[in-house]
Design a protein around this ligand. Structure first.
Ligand SMILES: [Zn+2]
Length: 150
């Protein structure tokens, strides 16, 4: 029998109000068939803007419909443009030397000639949106391009 979690429970899950044990139970159970619709509905209630969310791309980022266009928008309202372009191209970027001691202890950090930690931040709210561990000079990774019409 398919599980269908109550919307209040999923809200608590999204807002980090559940115990690690309860999160583990939910993550290891079969996915409820109406989860996507409920999560989109909950996220729509949480954001301060009114454009319709089509897809929750990742934490803070959504594909929304605005005046007939599909754009990527941050929870703060900052707009990154067409969803088919890489939002990282218009984010704030910091390339961290992996040996700077902030993330890894020196002996555990990669050689900066072989890897950088590329951090992406929203220009609107400063939220860290993603971190890539890549060779220096590597192009920005295009994380996810959903097929919205199928
Ligand atoms: Zn933002």
């Amino acid at each position: 029998m398919a599980i269908s979690y109550p919307k209040d429970l999923l809200r608590d899950l999204l807002e980090g109000n559940l115990s690690p044990e309860r999160i583990w139970e939910i993550q290891h159970a079969p996915k409820d068939s109406d989860r996507c619709d409920k999560v989109v509905s909950l996220e729509q209630e949480r954001v301060p803007w009114s454009e319709r969310i089509i897809v929750c791309l990742q934490e803070h980022l959504y594909i929304v419909e605005k005046r007939g266009e599909r754009i990527i928008k941050c929870s703060c309202g900052h707009e990154f443009g067409d969803y088919r372009t890489n939002w990282k191209e218009s984010a704030l970027v910091y390339e961290r030397n992996p040996q700077d001691g902030e993330v890894y202890f020196h002996t555990r950090a990669a050689d900066p000639d072989f890897m950088v930690l590329r951090e992406f931040y929203c220009p609107g709210c400063g939220s860290q949106l993603e971190v890539e561990a890549v060779p220096p000079g590597y192009p920005f990774i295009f994380s996810f391009l959903p097929d919205l019409d199928s």
